[in-house]
Design a protein around this ligand. Structure first.
Ligand code: ATR
Length: 278
């Protein structure tokens, strides 16, 4: 029997997850269906339970604005989901709802495998202190960078984020620090990650000119367009990447959690690149 999965969000019609998972199912020969569920803003839980109990759903991907609510709904939170405070993958096992967060793994895989940028010993700047940043901090720290600086327009939020992750025992010794953008003048980074939503409004964080070390990578989690940040980085000699690879890699990790099979991601990536050019 075909197993059913879906992405749940509001809005959700823009989501590329159905195309990605259809491609994964094709390349792995897995018999699944994958749809989209538009949940009312105040009806996330009901929509999840209806999908599980009435439609026989096996699992869900969760997108904005429900990632924190999914974290609360999950009876068990596994791996990186625990500290991230956000869940993007739900698994239904009998009555149990298990929550995972694959966003950070997706980012790290895109950086290290697809873009071939190892993170160990690197100076990383993470811009933004919202949900997108919380989802990736722990997987980034696990790679043992030399330092992870979190910059945010509202400094208090960066301080709160750093305080939250400093409490995690295993990473306590690592150099994670909160800074306002103004304090970054004269400091260089090997990898600059834009986890702000600025690009969606054609804006960019106030990053000083000299932030990119020679050979630096600029990475924007936004994938639907070339953002002002990526343009700024390229003009200053940095290598630039959008977040399409992260999207595909986080989906691959979800697929693995559900199916026990790790899909090859290159064909899905190529498919989406072609689609975005249309
Ligand atoms: P998400 O869950 O996607 O991270 P969010 O919680 O609304 O969304 O956070 C958006 C992040 O982008 C915040 O860090 C925000 O900075 P503030 O905390 O100061 O609001 C950041 N952001 C959005 N627009 C920005 C801009 N034009 N310049 C700099 N930072 C911006």
């Amino acid at each position: 029997m075909t197993d059913s999965y879906a992405v749940i969000g509001n809005p959700v019609e823009h989501s590329l997850s159905p195309e990605i998972h259809a491609e994964f199912a094709r390349v792995t020969g897995q018999d699944i269906s994958y749809g989209r569920i538009l949940a009312p803003r105040d009806g996330f839980r009901d929509s999840v339970l209806r999908f599980r109990d009435e439609a026989g759903g096996k699992g869900l991907n969760v997108t904005l604005p429900f990632k924190h609510e999914a974290w609360r709904l999950a009876g068990t939170r596994s791996g990186f989901a625990l500290a991230a405070g956000a869940v993007n993958t739900l698994v239904f096992q009998g009555d149990a709802i298990i929550g995972h967060n694959t966003d950070g793994i997706g980012l790290v895989r895109d950086l290290t495998r697809n873009l071939r940028v190892p993170l160990r010993g690197k100076r990383i700047l993470l811009m933004g202190a919202g949900g997108a940043s919380y989802g990736v901090v722990e997987p980034l720290l696990r790679e043992q960078p030399e330092s992870l600086v979190v910059a945010n327009r509202t400094l208090e939020k960066a301080i709160a984020l750093v305080g939250h992750f400093e409490k995690l025992q295993s990473y306590a010794a690592q150099g994670i620090a909160a800074r306002p953008y103004g304090a970054l003048a004269g400091v260089q980074f090997d990898i600059v990650i834009n986890a702000t939503s600025a690009g969606l409004e054609n804006a960019m964080p106030p990053l000083p000119d000299g932030a990119f070390a020679p050979g630096a990578l600029a990475y924007d989690m936004v994938y639907a367009k070339r953002t002002p940040f990526l343009k700024f980085a390229q003009e200053r000699g940095a290598r630039a990447s959008d977040g399409l690879g992260m999207l595909v890699e986080q989906a691959a990790e979800s697929f693995f959690i559900w199916r026990g099979v790790y899909p090859e991601t290159r064909s899905a990536m190529a498919l989406l690149r072609r689609r975005m050019k249309q």
